[in-house]
Write a protein that binds this ligand. Structure first.
Ligand SMILES: Cc1cc2nc3c(=O)[nH]c(=O)nc-3n(C[C@H](O)[C@H](O)[C@H](O)COP(=O)(O)O)c2cc1C
Length: 262
């Protein structure tokens, strides 16, 4: 790509960061039935999760959590407890209530433009007590995990998809968030793409602070090979404007970190 082509590309891409004139009839305006709040479960291997976090949180001091938060990429060999993972899932995408009668929305632990919550959470698990290594999907309405299966040579494949970031592939657990853009586009059409990206920051920030609160560390991950990362979840990266289009938008590793000497 030469300099002029690059400039043209940047000009086009920067428009996503602006608010668009939204004088467009959205599917919501046109009375189209809203998309499902979450993806349906596809597995019969369901792992219920606790919401009892009293024993899990070891630091409740907000100022200290904010001050000690950094991106942490070095983890001990220790496994995470299932209750700790439950807490991290709750903090990043937990559903506190479902509102509405005809049209419904989820109110979660993180904000989202119009409460559209366009994300799905997947996990590459390596070391979590009670879970075998493999791929899991969070069911936020049930606060449960579904086991999607094992991945042959998981660590090598995750490493390749995430640009050789070995700390991510080897982490006790790696979170991957996909976006289902239509959930937000149904209401916000051409502003939805910007809103979804803004939303993504909120869920990962909660994961950062929740990890600190349980003596763990996390690192947000934006570097990955889109087709490989999507393929690992059984998704197709082909550009699409279909309602069921879903692709990876963000990820984060989590593991226990060495306690600092005081
Ligand atoms: C959107 C986003 C993407 C990131 N992607 C990566 C990544 O792929 N690999 C990585 O090692 N760190 C990644 N980071 C972490 C940043 O490098 C880190 O936040 C930054 O250096 C500031 O350090 P701090 O988080 O410790 O304050 C990412 C952070 C954000 C917010």
């Amino acid at each position: 790509m030469d300099k002029e082509q690059l400039k043209a590309k940047l000009k086009e891409l920067r428009e996503v960061m602006k608010t668009n004139d939204d004088d467009i009839d959205s599917d919501q305006d046109l009375g189209v039935t809203q998309p499902p709040l979450t993806k349906e479960k596809i597995s019969d291997k369901i792992i219920p999760l606790t919401k009892e976090f009293d024993q899990v949180v070891i630091n409740n001091d907000f100022l200290s959590l904010v001050n000690t938060r950094t991106s942490k990429r070095k983890y001990t060999d220790e496994s995470l407890k299932l209750e700790e993972l439950a807490f991290l899932l709750w903090a990043s995408q937990g559903v506190k209530k479902v509102i509405g009668t005809g049209r419904k929305a989820t109110i979660r632990t993180v904000p989202s433009a119009g409460a559209r919550h366009p994300f799905e959470t997947y996990l590459f698990v390596n070391r979590v007590n009670g879970l075998e290594q493999g791929l899991y999907h969070y069911l936020p309405l049930e606060h449960a995990l579904e086991f999607l299966g094992t991945i042959e040579n998981q660590i090598q494949k995750v490493d390749a998809a995430y640009c050789g970031q070995a700390f991510f592939a080897n982490a006790p657990v790696a979170f991957v968030w996909t976006v289902v853009p239509y959930r937000t586009e149904w209401r916000y059409t051409t502003n939805a793409q910007k809103y979804a990206l803004l939303d993504a920051g909120h869920l990962c920030q909660n994961l950062y602070l929740a990890s600190e609160a349980i003596g763990c560390g996390t690192c947000g991950i934006g570097a990955y090979e889109q087709p490989l990362a999507d393929a690992l979840l059984g998704l197709d990266s082909t550009p699409s404007a279909e309602e069921d289009n879903e692709f990876v938008v963000y990820a984060a590793s989590v593991g226990r970190v060495e306690k600092k000497e005081s």
